[in-house]
Design a protein around this ligand. Sequence first.
Ligand SMILES: C[S@@+](CC[C@H](N)C(=O)[O-])C[C@H]1O[C@@H](n2cnc3c(N)ncnc32)[C@H](O)[C@@H]1O
Ligand SMILES: [Zn+2]
Length: 417
Amino acid sequence: MRASLLNFIVCPQCAGPLDLKVSRIDDGDILDGLLRCDLCGNYPITDGVPRLLPAQGSVAAEARRTVDRFGAQWNDFDTIREHYEDQFLGWIRPNTRQSFAGKVVLEGGCGKGRHSALVAKYGAKEVIAIDLGSAVEAARRNTRHIHNVHVIQADLHHLPIRRQTIDIAFSVGVLHHTPTPRRAFDALAETVRPGGRMIVWVYGRENNGWIVHFVDPIRRRITSRLPHRWLFHASKIPASLVYGFARSLYGNGTSVHSSDAASRLYYGQYMRQLASFPFSEVHSIVHDHLTPAIAHYLPRREVESWFEGTHFKEVHVTWHNENSWAATGVRQEEAADRSPMTDQRAPRQAANGGKAAERAMETSDAESAPWLHDPQVHAVSPRVDPHVDTRLGAQAPAPDRHSERHSERHSERHLTP
Ligand SMILES: C[S@@+](CC[C@H](N)C(=O)[O-])C[C@H]1O[C@@H](n2cnc3c(N)ncnc32)[C@H](O)[C@@H]1O
Ligand SMILES: [Zn+2]
């Protein structure tokens, strides 16, 4: 991460400000260090990735299993391929490359970071790529050379992002893998400033009855429970069938636009796209369908309702490849009494003489924070174990947000073991 990220991040548990202590930095890239919330404790930065994880027990078991399995998947299939760009532009329609120029962008569920890398290429000002699982290691490998991409390990349901500071929040192929897609959507929407934009792509219910009735039970009961290595190899069998079927029936594999007749067949557009991919990519896609513990297939009406509930305008919901929904909208101004730069903690927590709010103001401007450039501060040895376990649930118990314990603001509570 780079210091400019401090403009946007907050504590995932109380939404309060974070102090930075750097222990290893390379050309402005903070490799190891600590982010400290004076209410909740320390969050390590390791291998360039801030681990802003929620407290132990706050991620449901099925959700944890889903991200663990995706983590293994993205670290195996971590290559960035050329055709990802066309695919991405399809998923975000009617937005285009130009939509991102000069914007602060948040990606919810970045996987191996392929889309954050593209958005940076399109001229985004800052790109914040969040994933809950070990996929962040692959994302970091794929983006560490891009100076304005920051990878964070965090949960969509406990987003460590200052509200209303993001120009564009996007999430491709993620919300349907969370226990409550609507809640994940709302959490992302909270980060978007009025006039900013949400972009999501999710699995559709329409036209996917065969998956819901036949593939899904197998995924839930069998494939999502197989050890990752086994599934990696076993999924080559259905991948070969899909690959052979797509290439023989839907196209010659040289062009997505090769046959108009093929596109009129069931799943025509989608299968023609698959036919143009190398086998390893079809394998990755089939694996992606079989590995997660959670996968929802969402009807159009539900996706539309997300945008109604959070007061979006200029909403477009597009049926993509006749099997999924690409949706986007602009966040309306709201009669909010809270500005994005004020303390976001619950009133109970903020009632500390406004000090937290002042701190939020101070620490939010990394450029003007002299301590960031102070070699003494960088030399501080953080209380971080280099072998700290950043897997989910490896942290200390959650603070009881409804108890009096929070009044002990200065008691030493560290999230790192
Ligand atoms: C199918 S992958 C898509 C990744 C990426 N958007 C892409 O298209 O390449 C879904 C990703 O969402 C992440 N994810 C699922 N639930 C999450 C949550 N609650 N918070 C953050 N990330 C989550 C998973 O770890 C996984 O990497
Ligand atoms: Zn906190």
